[in-house]
Ligand binder design. Structure first.
Ligand SMILES: [Zn+2]
Length: 89
């Protein structure tokens, strides 16, 4: 199961954000946590490929932008379960 992101150096960051943290659909998360799902409502930081990355740098608490990490992880999880139909993009 690859969570490779071509924007984020293959999804890994040389441990820059934590040992097992990688980019999962634009979200920075420990890959095991991504599979299992964290506690409900947990917000994760967005990854460098996320359109709000620059905003996050300026406003880490996401008070002036929307952190959609929950939606993104949900979409990633359902895509991971479904057979790969080669979704575009
Ligand atoms: Zn990425």
């Amino acid at each position: 199961m690859g969570a490779n992101c071509k924007h984020c150096r293959g999804g890994f960051f040389d441990g820059r954000f934590g040992q097992d943290v990688e980019c999962v659909n634009g979200v920075l998360i420990d890959i095991d946590e991504a599979h299992e799902g964290g506690p409900d409502g947990t917000i994760y930081p967005v990854a460098p490929c996320h359109p709000m990355w620059a905003r996050q740098m300026a406003d880490p608490d996401a008070e002036t932008w929307k952190n959609d990490s929950i939606e993104r992880l949900g979409a990633w999880r359902s895509a991971a379960k479904a057979p790969d139909t080669g979704e575009g993009e």
